[in-house]
Design a protein around this ligand. Structure first.
Ligand code: MN
Length: 424
């Protein structure tokens, strides 16, 4: 077992029972304390662990990691140290804050390494080079196929043979808490009339999980599927905001463009793949059998409960969906093997996203498009209003966590508020 994952470990830091960040999580991110420079951090309970300070005080000295790695505004250089090193850092942080620790100074000293989370700004953790969005939930692809194509033949012929994806836009991936401006664009509300220009009227979210590439493959080489998980540093929640009316008019024949690239929101703490070991489960049976380069062994899916909450301007909260990452038909190893099978190079900090994660039942769908079935089944809120898509002033919140061996490990939130439109 990876030492940091030890479910028996206790810490003296007080952690709320429903926290996503017990001492067994130890995610990585970037914070900016008031009046100070950005730096790498972890999170335990309601505290940020200032890793620059931890490093400056010599806690990582024997690991031979330059202090400068922690004095950055993104975790890319840290990830680039490789999994052996980053795993040692994660183990060390767990050791330092272990309640039984005798080696690593006093609790009084350790308190100087912690900053209450409300006293820091939590920044975008990764410099994302390239971003790829997949379409790997069979329930989602089936729902969309039923709505837009053929209810009898919802999946396209390629779907069960490869993890379908498209290249998204990295520049507009933002950290949780960033306001989302309603995009303007071109739509065609009536098929018999010419298109019009104006604000998006069918603004939607997509419940997804993102993964961060932690190991590169050289251009011209592919990642064998058995090695694919070595190329994943960690995961985050991912909201692939979508302008359905813009998307519908523009997507033929080259796929998503301006209906997608105005914003995506991620949760700020990258939870390592290591920390999610206890949540491994089998994925759905793949039928027909996939080509050899996509065949995986062992448990490659993760049992992570996902929740989507709509919060109105007046503060009313409504749960739109409860889903689970385990439903994915195509797993991350298959996505990476497929992405690189042609020799495409994946670089450190690149991000992949799962595609909308919908479960089998109504109530577990991962987008307004499906929840309201193209606007035909509006969601009724307790204040008497209804939603078919998102309104200005609405905040959309994604949450996710797994529980195993009595330990809950989660991602915090990926949230964004819809604000008035971009000025033309
Ligand atoms: Mn998507």
């Amino acid at each position: 077992m990876i030492a940091a994952n030890n479910p028996a470990r206790k810490t003296w830091i007080e952690i709320p029972s429903d926290s996503d960040f017990p001492i067994q999580n130890i995610p990585f991110g970037v914070i900016q304390p008031v009046g100070q420079s950005p730096r790498l951090a972890s999170r335990i309970g309601d505290f940020a662990v200032d890793l620059l300070r931890v490093s400056e005080l010599g806690y990582f000295a024997d690991l031979e990691i330059p202090v400068a790695v922690f004095q950055q505004k993104e975790i890319n250089d840290f990830i680039a140290l490789g999994k052996t090193k980053t795993r040692e850092v994660r183990n060390r942080i767990a050791e330092v804050f272990d309640a039984d620790n005798k080696k690593w100074n006093s609790r009084e000293m350790q308190e100087h390494l912690l900053i209450p989370i409300e006293q820091v700004e939590v920044l975008m953790p990764v410099r994302v080079g390239d971003y790829t969005d997949f379409y790997s939930s069979i329930e989602h692809a089936t729902n969309v196929g039923k709505m837009f194509r053929d209810p009898e033949n919802a999946l396209l012929p390629n779907w069960r043979h490869m993890p379908v994806g498209y290249h998204g836009r990295a520049s507009s991936i933002v950290v949780s808490g960033t306001d989302i401006r309603r995009p303007y664009g071109q739509t065609r509300p009536n098929a018999d009339e010419p298109p019009v220009y104006g604000p998006c009227k069918l603004l939607d979210f997509e419940l997804e999980m993102g993964f961060v590439i932690g190991k590169e493959n050289t251009l011209g080489t592919s990642v064998p599927i058995q090695e694919a998980e070595d190329h994943i540093f960690g995961l985050c929640l991912f909201n692939d905001w979508s302008a359905r009316d813009i998307q519908k008019w523009e997507y033929v024949p080259l796929g998503p463009f301006l209906g997608k690239n105005f914003a995506s929101t991620i949760s700020p703490w990258i939870v390592t793949l290591d920390a999610l070991e206890a949540f491994r489960v089998n994925g759905p049976k793949q039928d027909p059998e996939v080509l050899p380069y996509l065949q995986t062994q062992g448990t490659k899916n993760f049992d992570i409960q996902l929740e989507v909450i709509l919060k109105t301007e007046s503060g009313l909260e409504h749960t739109l969906s409860n889903s689970n990452f385990k439903y994915m038909y195509w797993n991350m190893a298959q996505q990476i093997a497929h992405h690189s099978v042609n020799g495409c190079n994946l670089r450190i900090g690149d991000m992949g996203a799962s595609g909308t994660i919908s479960g089998p039942e109504v109530g577990s769908y991962g987008s307004m498009l499906e929840i309201c079935w193209q606007g035909t089944r509006p969601v009724e809120l307790a204040d008497g209003t209804e939603r078919k898509f998102l309104k200005n002033g609405d905040t959309l919140i994604l949450r996710g966590f797994g529980t195993a061996n009595g330990i809950r490990i989660g991602f915090g939130e990926a949230k964004g508020k819809i604000v008035d439109t971009i000025l033309a």
